[in-house]
Design a protein around this ligand. Structure first.
Ligand code: AMP
Length: 424
């Protein structure tokens, strides 16, 4: 593979690449950069952590250096949209890094902070806006931003941006751009139904698909542990101890479960903090920064941290709960093994989650290596201790059981929860 010089990027970008220690392009960069330089519409699909951000940022910065058109007030030449504030901030930092030796006007437009400074920065017009859809729409509605002279739009995590929740804003934003524009979609997962929607936005596009099936990269070792809901906390503590895990992102299904788990871990002297959309932005920034610098060991997160977030050297991802959408699994585990490193993803699956596990395995196209937690291993416990078997037949029922009556359920729950410290 050739190095960056051969891509004919602006010299000052090459200088910044040397500064950033990027010596040669990754495969996705090698394939995408020429298309973006040619101002083609692009649909880029590649596994998480393989360098998608630089694949579009570098040629966009290069094209801006060639653009001699005047700045339009309250406008931008390129707009990059990401689903979360954290991801937008990360992309913004990348843009800053690679335009380090150039005079490029960049602005970050995200929610959770005061809008006035953002409006001020837009007054004279900028080269690149990186932002989240909600706040961008706020500025468009208030007249603080117009996209009538914007030439390029990028949707990072495009499949999520084309999902129902974001779709109305994305449609409006896209409509407010001129007809002659460049549209770039980048994603790690692109299901067929979303792709059909994406095609409506693209014109004569070039497609680079390095991950036709939505699979995690091979460098991630993956394992599922079949476990009872009530045993998840003790199993988690055991795993942390067994693998001597220094840092990990632990994903839960809900914000409340993230809060409760963080509390329970802290009670056990495991340095953790929850991270989700109900936290103030200043808290979110503080927590993420302390995790990045290694002051915080365990980030207990909802799917707000599932996509795009690039934190170096995360070796372990733990799915305390399986995600509701199978593709989120691929994004979550992709927070480890970034930039060619190794990683391990351990997922808990309780009896209510078996269908989610099936969906994940269907999506990634293979069965995950699984292990049955001891308390669920009927045969083993029967062989080990027949007296225990008699007293605790309920506990030793097979893992995925038929529904029980409500009164029975209550009784079982009471038994199982006797020593439980963590409740949903
Ligand atoms: P991304 O998929 O864009 O989030 O990138 C994943 C990680 O790979 C980030 O930490 C990047 O800084 C790093 N990275 C991307 N491209 C390169 C490259 N060409 N050389 C070295 N590191 C890279």
């Amino acid at each position: 593979m050739h190095n960056f010089d051969k891509l004919c990027l602006n010299k000052q970008i090459n200088r910044a690449l040397v500064f950033a220690n990027f010596s040669k392009p990754t495969i996705i960069q090698h394939k995408i950069i020429p298309h973006v330089l040619n101002r083609n519409d692009v649909l880029g699909v590649a596994q998480t952590g393989t360098g998608k951000t630089a694949a579009y940022i570098l040629p966009i910065i290069h094209n801006i250096t060639l653009d001699t058109s005047r700045y339009q007030k309250k406008s931008c030449k390129t707009i990059i949209i990401a689903p979360t504030r954290e991801l937008a901030t990360q992309v913004f930092e990348n843009a800053k890094l690679f335009s380090k030796y150039l005079s490029i006007r960049l602005t970050l437009i995200v929610g959770g902070v005061k809008p006035k400074p953002q409006l001020k920065s837009l007054e004279k017009g900028v080269d690149i806006i990186v932002g989240t859809p909600g706040r961008i729409m706020d500025h468009i509605r208030s007249g603080g931003l117009t996209l009538s002279s914007t030439k390029t739009i990028v949707l990072d995590e495009a499949d999520q941006m084309l999902d129902l929740g974001f779709m109305p804003d994305i449609k409006k934003i896209h409509k407010s751009l001129p007809k002659q524009r460049q549209t770039i979609f980048m994603t790690a997962t692109m299901l067929d139904q979303v792709k059909n929607i994406a095609l409506n936005f693209l014109n004569n596009h070039k497609e680079v698909n390095l991950s036709p099936k939505a699979t995690p990269i091979e460098k991630i070792k993956q394992k599922v542990i079949l476990v009872k809901q009530s045993d998840k906390l003790s199993k988690l503590k055991a795993i942390i101890e067994e693998h001597k895990i220094f840092q990990s992102i632990i994903f839960t299904r809900t914000k409340k479960r993230a809060d409760n788990l963080a509390k329970a871990l802290c009670k056990n002297d495991i340095n953790s903090a929850s991270f989700h959309g109900d936290k103030r932005q200043s808290q979110r920034n503080r927590i993420l920064n302390s995790f990045k610098v290694g002051k915080l060991n365990f980030l207990i997160a909802t799917d707000i941290a599932a996509r795009g977030i690039d934190i170096k050297d995360i070796m372990f991802i733990i799915n305390y709960d399986l995600p509701m959408q199978p593709e989120i699994y691929v994004h979550r585990v992709g927070r480890s093994a970034r930039a060619g490193k190794e990683g391990t993803a351990i997922s808990f699956c309780d009896s209510t989650e078996k269908n989610r596990l099936k969906d994940i395995e269907k999506l990634i196209g293979y069965k995950l290596k699984s292990e049955v937690e001891k308390s669920l291993d009927l045969k083993k416990s029967n062989d080990d201790n027949s007296t225990v078997k008699k007293k605790r037949t309920i506990k030793n029922k097979p893992f995925f059981k038929k529904k029980r009556s409500n009164s029975k359920k209550k009784k079982i729950k009471k038994n199982l929860n006797k020593n439980k410290t963590f409740n949903d």
